[in-house]
Structures are given as structure tokens and as C-alpha cells.
Design a protein around this ligand. Sequence first.
Ligand code: GLN
Length: 493
Amino acid sequence: MSHPNPIDAVETARAVAAGELSAEQVVTRALNAARDLGGRLNLFLSLDRERALDRARAVDSARAAGRALGPLAGVPVALKANMCAEGFESNCASRILAGYHAPYTATFVMRLLDAGAIPIGVTNMDEFAMGSSGENSAFGPAKNPWDEARTPGGSSSGAAGAVAAGIVPIALGSDTGGSVRQPAALCGILGLKPTYGRISRYGLIAFASSLDQVSPFARSVRDLELLLELLSGADPLDSTSLPLAPLGRSGEEGARLDGLRIGVPAQYMPAGLDPRVRTAIEASLATFESLGAKLVEVSLPHTDAAIACYYVVATAEASSNLARFEGVRYGMRELGDGSLQGMMAATRAAGFGPEVKRRILLGTYVLSSGYYAAWYGQALKVRRLLRRDFDRAFEQCDVIAGPTSPTPAFRLGAKTADPVAMYLNDILTAPASLAGLPALSLPCGFAEESGTRLPLGLQLIAPPLEDARVLRAARAFESATDFHTQHPALFAS
Ligand code: GLN
């Protein structure tokens, strides 16, 4: 069989529709790779082999019967473990939700299924999506396919690793402050956080509701475009989903970017930036110039306040969202001293990991009476200033470009003792999240470190609702470079 790994979802669906590959072959191969390579890298928390194979056979029979196939018919996809779908254990990589099966299916999963895609399993993550390295998973950290001693990034660590390792062509993660863009960068693949509200959150277990956004991973821009078209669009089940039609694909080849103004914020290229990151970003900016784009310097003066702002807003929302896990309605229960209070306290003490507890404490504090105005209220004002920074910058440019992550993938264990060092990873991704903007990370180079090649990511940010604009810039960059075609040595084949 000609193997589908180096090809993207669009090509996989074409090969299945043309009868060059059966969906059963494609899905069997993905399931086996998820078990073997995924097992070695701790990428998946559970696989749904039987249902996936049944769905694959249904695609093959539909084809044999001459019925029309969906645009993702036969394409295996991985989900993040905070996504609800019938048949999957949606445990958020937390002990408190071990064994939890949602009684309903997320809108975005329904839309994938309607397009013929085949979910094969749920992937490892930081517990409740809180983290930047995957190390806050209750089930052990996922490993980076480029170097198993390093993090794939987080919190969507397993989903990013599964795409980078060639197990699936596409996966869904969630991005609250960078959890899709940062792992995409560290794993050498693409990740798109759409405008807040573009994709329904119904069926995504909430971390910070004003920031959470379902976000796809892929190895090509056209796959991201297809996923955005399929997943976007209003949903009556999510009152924060935008009342807009799905975003169509442009259909252009987009080889040139004549006249596009690319803004480069000084704050995203600080003097202390890792020189390998700087070199790759400068080369990427030169590529954009060669494609006809014009570079302009812009300023985002409140960038320094973004981490403090993010970790107040996100923890405040998390403390409220996670109140529902009390041993009564979902997942595990510890009886404690037998009283109701005792049961709830014992369940939460045993069920949540240390980072989740830290955030619940912090979030409860910043919302508490007497401190609310000083912390949460203040953070909301800073959030507004960050958005205003972007609005002003976009008066001078069409797209903002810079690094996605200040460093390449770091070693597992390097930052676990220092939460603030871990939080600082998000400095380049949290601002666009707080402002609700569409932002994408795509492969833009490699850093050599002790004999291994570590991928680097370029982040592109556009004004609200201009998701198509970041995709257009990414498509031109992709056609002029070959970073996205490079795979780690253990790429599944
Ligand atoms: N690393 C950030 C955090 O820990 C972002 C997480 C996310 O986007 N889910 O909150």
C-alpha cells in the first residue's frame, strides 16, 4: 500500500475517494501507529479502535455504492481529551474525570463526522489545558517526536505530537493562551487559533470561557482552511459562537503577497531573544519581502503586562468553571469524613493536580470581595489596553508577524519547579488570545541543539474576523519554503 503519512488530509480524502486507498487501510494504519509510536511518546490517552474501524468500513461501502463522500471521508483525526464525544473518555488528563464519558457529542465533532472524518482517539494534554509543556497531565507527559527528552509543548501536547509524528494528518486542540500555536511551533507543524467565537465551544470542557477556542493542527495550510470551513459557523448551542456563516475557502493559490503590509512589533523581538529564533524570524520576514509584502515596524506597548493579565483572567474563569467538579455530578468521588463538605473537599484534594489547585486558589483570590477591583477588575482594563495596542498597530499593517515561542522545545523537567518560568512561555501567544484575534503558527526553521534539529514557529496575527488573511499569508509562505515538509526521523511510515 502506498502509505498516506506524508500526505495531508485533503490528499488522503482524495486518495480514498479515488479508490487508491481504502478508508479501512488508512484508519488501521493510524490506529496501529497511535498504539505503537503514540504509546512510546505517550501521545494518546485512549483509542476507539472498533468504532473507528466501523466508520471506515462505512466510508468504503458508501464509496462502493457510488454515494457522495464528505470532504474528509476516511481521514483519521485525533481529538484533545477535553472534547466531548460519545464513546470517548473526556477526562481532561485529570484524575478527577477518570472514567468520565460525556453523554453528548460536541458540535465541532459532529461537524467532523458529517464531513466523513474518523476520530481515532483522545490525546494527552496538560490537566484541564493548564500548562505549556504537557507535564501537568495526570497520566505522564507526552514527548516531542523530534527529541523524546523534550516537551512537545502544551497544553495540546498529544494532539500536536500525533500530527508531527505522522500518526494522523490533522487533529483538534484547544487554544486559550497559546495551547495550539505553541505546541505547533515546537513540533514543526501548523496550528490555527481562529477569531474567538468562530468555532462553537459546545462540547469543549471549559477552562477560561472568554479565551478558549477550538483550534486545528495540520501539516498544510489547505488542511487548516478546510477545517476552518467545516468547523466554523454559528451554533445555537454556544451563545458565544459568532452569528456568521462558515468561512469559505478562498480557492486561490496565493503565491504572491504584493502590497501586504506585515507589521513587526519590536516587543516580539526583544534584545534577549534566543538568537536562533531571531535568525529564523528575520529570514522569514525576508521571505515575505521576496513575495511582495512590505515590512513595517509597529509597537504593542502593553505586551509586558500580558502574562500578568492572562494569569489573572484565565485563573478567575477557571476557578468558576472548575467548581462543578465536586464529586457529585462527574467522575471520581472520595468520601472523606462522610459529610457533604468533607466529600467535596476530599474529592477535589485527591482529584486535582498541583497546577490546577494553584490556579483555583489564585482565581478564587482575585475574584474575592475586597480584592476583585484590585486584581480582576484591573486585569480587565489591561486586557482592553492590549486590544487597543493591536487596533492601533493594525492601522499601519495588515498582518503582524513574529515568533510563536521565545525558544525551541525545552527539556522535560526544565521548568517544572518554576511556575513563573513556565508561564513566561506564553508571552508571545497570550496577547492575541486576550484580544480575541485569529493567529496561526507555521514552521519557519530549525535550531540545532546537541545534535538534534528542533523546529521553530512563525506566528501570524490578523484583526478580528480576518482569519482568511492569516491563512493567505501562510499559504504564500508555505509555497516559498519547505519547512513544513520536514519530518522527525521516527515519522510513522
Ligand atoms: N500555557 C497557557 C496556560 O497554561 C495556555 C494554556 C492554553 O492555551 N490552554 O494557561
